[in-house]
Design a protein around this ligand. Structure first.
Ligand code: IYR
Length: 219
């Protein structure tokens, strides 16, 4: 054990002020699909990845890996593979109900942002660990842990003035090969990161959030 050093209690009014500021910052985040190609400083991304890596995880096993792709050739390969999957998704594989749910977003099989955005972060979940002897060991609460770390990452990128798209080409197995990741890891999210294109438009639908009374209850 060691002393808890990072925590400091805040006066009640400061607490409320900061909680409000945090909400006001996060409520401005919008998922963007139209990216400028301006590059982003690697040091900024590294700080955001470090922030993601502080997330709580099952048994502190940190069962995640973030593969950052900036190389145009690799981005093109990812776009080609993703669009192939998306074409089959939009042209038959997706059930009607799913397509109806997506209609307000206006998405289709075209994914130019996969080449236009300066960087893509492929997020991998480590289904199990491999020890120094090459033996497998169990990881616990993997989807929850990776989801929390991804949330931290999105919030850190937003705070740094970057826009993101939580993209989920389905299936996305092609990312394992393109990023050279082992069988023990499953790609779960392809986060598109960069600056929004000037004049970028976003769907009205995405900005409508459920009210507090609907998303919470108190006992
Ligand atoms: N992967 C597809 C479809 C898609 C699915 C969901 I759920 C979304 O919130 C958005 C899109 C695509 O990227 O177009």
């Amino acid at each position: 054990m060691e002393p808890l050093t990072g925590y400091r209690e805040l006066p009640a009014d400061t607490m409320l002020e900061r909680a409000r500021a945090s909400y006001q910052n996060l409520r401005c985040r919008r998922t963007v699909r139209d990216f400028d190609s301006r590059p982003v400083d690697r040091a900024v991304i590294e700080q955001c990845l470090l922030a993601a890596g502080t997330a709580p995880s099952g048994a502190n096993q940190q069962p995640w890996h973030f593969a950052v792709i900036t190389d145009p050739e690799r981005k093109s390969q990812i776009r080609a593979a993703a669009e192939e999957e998306e074409r089959s998704f939009y042209n038959g594989r997706a059930p009607e109900e799913w397509l109806r749910a997506l209609a307000p977003l206006g998405t289709d099989a075209n994914k130019p942002f996969l080449e236009e955005a300066p960087l893509l972060i492929a997020i991998f979940a480590q289904k199990y660990g491999i020890d120094a002897q090459g033996e497998r060991f169990s990881h616990y609460y993997v989807p929850e842990s990776v989801g929390i770390a991804t949330g931290f990452l999105i919030a850190a990128l937003h705070d740094a003035g970057l826009a993101t798209l939580t993209h989920t080409p389905s299936p996305m197995g092609f990312l394992s090969k393109l990023c050279g990741r082992p069988e023990s890891e499953k790609p779960v999210i392809l986060l598109v990161v960069g600056h929004p294109k000037p004049g970028c438009q976003v769907p009205v639908h995405g900005g409508i959030k459920k009210p507090l009374a609907q998303i919470s209850s108190w006992f």
